[in-house]
Design a protein around this ligand. Structure first.
Ligand code: ATP
Length: 288
């Protein structure tokens, strides 16, 4: 069996008395898109800082590509790319200059900045200063910068937060592309729709602990209730919406009756969202 790209083993971090990450353990396979989901303050950013060597664990340890990040941070950092939520580009430089500078820092040979800018949809704007770029353009440039050293593991903290659907779509495509080429993607988000669409597996983090971990579809099967949403025509010309849970003994009879009476206006299935499941497990939502 190939070794996992990321292993967190009882990873713990305390800011003084506050436990931000509390004995979390998980593995991420090579090439996997792994989502780390939780509300503000759950411990997502702290976990990323531990995994990228910006913080040293109070307890437990993490290995990336088999190397202990706390012991050999420089060795690991050669193989990772990081794009955090806070934009930290050189705003007075152009996009191409930003990337070229990074390529030099990483000693990347034969660096092709234009190909990377093409990939993130910024070709044609490469010579402009970054400061007046839109938020979406800056996020895409941050992603390009994270890809400069062709990382084996890519860490993305809220990669599409506050972006319009077109910019988000571009970023999702780049993430999928990276994963298809074998890059492992560790993504933190509180956007459950994004996680559902993109991630092979998601971990729910709540108060520093992992409370569920599986593929979005397995979580839905395990926790969600499947239901049919039916719009029923009433005798007085009104339409009422009714939710009929599936997987219950009386479901076929209820449905058959409605169909016989020819009262069904529309009928579609509805499955639990990751947000519903998070609420079910933790008693609170992902936002706020
Ligand atoms: P967000 O989505 O808001 O970024 P998060 O899930 O990334 O939240 P963290 O930033 O990891 O959460 O914070 C976890 C806990 O640690 C929170 O209770 C937070 O208040 C606390 N915390 C984070 N940074 C510090 C710090 N520098 N000093 C003290 N406490 C901190």
């Amino acid at each position: 069996m190939t070794q996992p790209a990321i292993v967190a083993d009882q990873l713990t971090y305390r800011y003084g008395d506050r436990v931000a990450v509390d004995h979390t353990s998980f593995d991420v396979a090579e090439g996997e898109i792994f989502g780390f989901l939780g509300p503000n303050g759950a411990g997502k950013s702290t976990t990323v800082k531990l995994l990228t060597g910006q913080l040293r664990p109070s307890d437990g340890h993490a290995t990336l590509l088999g190397i202990d990040i706390a012991r050999q941070p420089n060795e690991v950092q050669r193989h990772i790319g990081v794009a955090f939520e806070n934009v930290n580009l050189y705003e007075q430089m152009s996009a191409l200059e930003n990337l070229t500078l990074f390529a030099r820092l990483f000693s990347v040979r034969g660096f092709d900045g234009m190909a990377l800018l093409e990939k993130v949809g910024l070709a044609g704007r490469e010579k402009e200063r970054v400061s007046p770029y839109s938020k979406g353009m800056k996020q895409r440039l941050m992603l390009a910068r994270a890809l400069v050293n062709t990382p084996r593991i890519l860490f993305l903290d809220e990669p599409t937060d506050g972006l319009d659907p077109v910019s988000s779509k571009t970023i999702h495509q780049i993430i999928r592309d990276a994963s298809e080429h074998g890059t492992t993607v560790f993504l933190t988000t509180h956007d459950m729709v994004e996680a559902d669409k993109l991630c092979d597996r998601v971990a729910f983090i709540h108060q520093g602990r992992i409370v569920a971990l599986d593929s979005p579809s397995a979580l839905k099967r395990q926790y969600g209730t499947r239901a049919l949403m039916v719009e029923i025509d009433g005798a007085d010309g009104t339409t009422v919406r009714r939710e009929i849970p599936l997987d219950q003994p009386q479901t076929p009879d209820i449905l058959a009756q409605l169909l016989r009476e020819n009262r069904v206006a529309t009928l579609h299935s509805e499955e639990a969202t990751l947000e519903d499941i998070f609420v079910e497990i933790t008693g609170r939502g992902l936002l706020g």
